[in-house]
Design a protein around this ligand. Structure first.
Ligand SMILES: Nc1ncnc2c1ncn2[C@@H]1O[C@H](COP(=O)(O)O)[C@@H](O)[C@H]1OP(=O)(O)O
Ligand SMILES: [Mg+2]
Ligand SMILES: [Mg+2]
Ligand SMILES: [Mg+2]
Length: 353
């Protein structure tokens, strides 16, 4: 089937990167730095980016990569660089055949820095471009909450493949509906899900493992007969989306259940498997441009699971504009049958009509 090879490489690469992020998650010192925009980056972000780009470069050497991180801070910090190299050089899938297809050890620290910097593509409307967020929700990762390792393949501006690893999400879909997954200390038994999707082939999930891929099962959004019965998801960080506006939209729709707050693209994953129904990300700042690596995989996952994903104007997310979604504002994702109603409420709350 189309893109099956890309999907498998992406799944294995994300699964292996999750072994590294889980290791860092349990370490007290996560090697946190503040980037120019004040957002945090950790050993986990750099290490996961190196491992995933290595797998893409080995299998698809002509593809471009738009990735969140770059190596300049590490080039000035020998101690941190050595700590990351220590992690990266030892992480392997516990299944030789699986590790082989994404493996081939990096030679040394310098090779690791070079591979991290292969993620500097400017993106755009043509060609094969991977969008990589090695840790989405770094603040959640540092808080002990949800985070996700996210990878998507965009071909001529269209998302074809999406893979998201969520080490702290419950494996059991229904448990996810009843537990306050946003604030729970996690990463124990029963946690860790790998989501994947290919355009036209549907969305699936499987437990994350430390070896080869576990068997997958199809996932879909759950039917919501009446919008007032919907559960909505939103981010934990109040600076990333307008929680007051999100609440006003919910109220307008007659939704009384409290929101489920969780960091990262785990929100797209949750609604795609029926653990919640609507994802609202109403803008905080007029000038913030969402990044393609924060949405590409989740966008396709939700659409293939029976949903629609648009911005606050009801426009599909446009991945042809470079590294950011500069022609979109905010994100609204819902079951296809409810999307118009939700967009109407969003536009009323934001005075857009
Ligand atoms: N002002 C902002 N508005 C929307 N998203 C933001 C803003 N600042 C940072 N982000 C991004 O939101 C994502 C996390 O979303 P959520 O809060 O839903 O988990 C991160 O990728 C984060 O980027 P960064 O990686 O630079 O921190
Ligand atoms: Mg992110
Ligand atoms: Mg990130
Ligand atoms: Mg970040």
């Amino acid at each position: 089937m189309t893109y099956e090879h890309e999907r498998r490489i992406a799944e294995l690469a994300v699964q292996r990167a999750c072994l590294l992020t889980k290791k860092v998650f349990h370490e007290k010192a996560k090697g946190t730095l503040a980037k120019d925009d004040k957002s945090p980056v950790t050993k986990g972000d750099f290490g996961a980016q190196a491992l995933i780009i290595q797998a893409i470069a080995k299998n698809f050497p002509n593809d471009e990569i738009v990735a969140e991180e770059e190596s300049s801070e590490l080039r000035q910090d020998a101690a941190l660089r050595a700590e990351i190299w220590d992690l990266v050089k030892d992480i392997k899938l516990n299944d030789a055949a699986s590790d082989e297809v994404i493996g081939g050890s990096l030679a040394n620290e310098e090779a690791m820095l070079a591979v991290i910097d292969q993620g500097k593509s400017l993106g755009g409307a043509t060609g094969r471009i991977w969008a990589l967020d090695p840790i989405d929700g770094t603040k959640g990762f540092l808080r002990g909450g949800q985070y996700a390792v996210c990878l998507a393949l965009i071909v001529d501006g269209d998302v074809k493949v999406g893979v998201i690893g969520c080490p702290n999400l419950p494996i059991d879909d229904s448990e996810a509906l009843t537990t306050n997954i946003g604030s729970e200390q996690s990463d124990e038994e029963g946690k860790g899900v790998l989501f994947s999707v290919v355009q036209g082939e549907g969305a699936v999930s499987r437990p994350l493992t430390n070896a080869g891929l576990a068997p997958s099962k199809p996932i879909s959004m759950r039917p919501v007969p009446d919008v007032s019965q919907a559960v909505f998801c939103e981010g934990v960080e109040a600076a990333h989306s307008n929680q007051d506006d999100n609440a006003s939209v919910a109220k307008r729709l007659g939704i009384t259940a409290p929101s489920v707050r969780l960091d990262s693209q785990a929100k797209y994953c949750s609604i795609a498997r029926g653990a919640g129904d609507i994802y609202l990300r109403l803008p905080m700042k007029k000038d913030y441009q969402e990044k393609i690596w924060d949405h590409a995989a989740g966008d396709l996952l939700v659409r293939e699971a029976g949903g629609q994903v648009t911005d606050i104007y009801g426009k599909r997310l446009d991945f042809t504009k470079g590294r950011t979604l500069k022609d979109n504002k905010g994100v609204v994702a819902a079951p296809a049958a409810l999307q118009d109603q939700v967009i109407d409420a969003v536009q009323a709350v934001l005075n857009l009509k």
